[in-house]
Design a protein around this ligand. Structure first.
Ligand code: ADP
Ligand code: MG
Length: 232
């Protein structure tokens, strides 16, 4: 039997997960018997062809949708059968970074990062301001804090998105092809930054990527093919 300490170390425990889209005649299974365990502080890269189910799996881990069958335990909480309120709660432990940065165009860099804390609802204005400023400094953008996304480069926007995802010090960071829209230098900078911050904060990272130039940041690489997980 495994020791309790070892189990407590697992941030993600997925067992026999299946997932489907559509209903009736058009019901299509997109994930098949997924089993995956990820430990605290681990950086796991997920690769696989387009349409293999990477985003679906990431959104299930991120509590952005509910698992159909099987078990998805995140930080000890079972997401299968969870209420929508419980899913909202579970999302608060996550930082989500999308392929397109998804920043609000009408908000400055600073205000976008602050949103990463405002959703938690338990920080006062001064704390939000201080933490957001410190985080923008960590990603090297103190001088751009009053800029709107349209005046930032692709790499800078993605660094703001990283700052927004990490400002609340989440235990788990989920990144869906975060370098896809970037040139190789900016892409490299972005993942180096994620790795550095993860190491400092002991964050667990699941990073979906097609980008073979960043595979070296991984502690482990897993790949999906036609909805099935193939361990690397
Ligand atoms: P990947 O991220 O690896 O490209 P996805 O998880 O986005 O793959 O998609 C996996 C499969 O599920 C694909 O066949 C896709 O067409 C299908 N799919 C994804 N999202 C939906 C949805 N909202 N409704 C129906 N089918 C979907
Ligand atoms: Mg995808």
């Amino acid at each position: 039997m495994k020791s309790t300490t070892e189990d407590q170390n697992q941030v993600i425990v997925i067992s026999h997960l299946n997932h489907y889209f559509g209903q009736g005649q058009i019901k299509q299974q997109v994930l098949f018997d997924i089993n995956l365990q990820v430990k605290s502080g681990e950086i796991v890269l997920m690769t696989g062809p387009s349409g293999s189910g990477k985003t679906t799996l990431l959104t299930l881990i991120g509590a952005l949708r509910s698992p159909h069958d099987g078990s998805v335990k995140i930080l000890g909480k079972e997401l299968w059968g969870a209420s929508s309120q419980e899913l909202v709660e579970a999302r608060k432990s996550n930082g989500y970074i999308f392929q397109a940065h998804n920043l609000h165009r009408s908000l400055t860099a600073m205000q976008n990062v602050a949103m990463g804390l405002e959703v938690h609802g338990n920080f006062d204005k001064t704390t939000i301001h201080e933490k957001s400023m410190a985080m923008l400094e960590e990603v090297g953008l103190s001088e751009r804090m009053s800029y709107y996304p349209d005046s930032l480069s692709g790499g800078q926007k993605q660094r703001v998105a990283i700052a927004r995802a990490l400002v609340s010090r989440p235990s788990l960071v989920l990144a869906d092809e975060p370098t896809a829209a970037l040139d190789s230098k900016s892409g490299r900078d972005v993942v180096d930054l994620m790795q550095k911050l993860a190491r400092e904060q002991k964050t667990t990272i699941i990073l979906v990527t097609h980008d073979s130039r960043i595979l070296d940041i991984a502690d482990r690489i897993v790949s999906l093919e036609d909805g099935r997980l193939i361990k690397g």
